[in-house]
Design a protein around this ligand. Structure first.
Ligand SMILES: [Zn+2]
Ligand SMILES: [Zn+2]
Ligand SMILES: [Zn+2]
Length: 147
């Protein structure tokens, strides 16, 4: 009997990297593990997390890893206006995000319909619409109580 794990093991991540034609390297594995532990991490947070796992790693090395993972579809990122880009492993399910205006905290919001585009524009200007990017802006519970 196979017990399903929510958290991918290092071996799973090695297989994942190979499945998309990427070499298995320590910075790539550490970045994937850091993103599992901290979804919606900024690049700065990832640099700190990867350094905590590996010791010294250059900022550029982590950006290179993110670029490689992004281009192979293993991670995606969102760019909330006024806040640094956030990276995550969850992708392909058309989920949306809630963002705190004050501190930039980000949470996942499942798409109500589950497939893109989940909103029908009142005027599509003749375009073929494939995606609706939904960001819910507001104030998170800890910022609200800080007032
Ligand atoms: Zn907040
Ligand atoms: Zn997300
Ligand atoms: Zn949706």
């Amino acid at each position: 009997m196979v017990i399903e794990q929510d958290v991918p093991s290092t071996q799973d991540d090695e297989a994942l990297l190979r499945s998309v034609g990427l070499r298995v390297t320590a910075p790539r594995l550490a970045t994937l593990a850091a993103l599992t532990a901290r979804p919606h991490a900024s690049a700065d947070q990832l640099v700190a997390d990867v350094r905590a796992r590996l010791g010294s790693v250059s900022v550029q090395a982590v950006y290179d890893v993110l670029h490689a993972l992004n281009s192979r579809g293993l991670v995606q990122h969102i760019e909330p206006a006024g806040h640094p880009a956030r990276y995550e492993r969850r992708h392909g399910d058309n989920h949306h995000h809630v963002v705190c205006r004050t501190c930039g905290a980000v949470g996942d919001v499942d798409c109500a319909t589950g497939h893109a585009p989940c909103l029908i524009p009142s005027n599509d200007h003749g375009f073929t619409i494939d995606t609706a990017e939904v960001l819910y802006w507001g104030t998170c519970p800890s910022c609200r109580t800080a007032d």
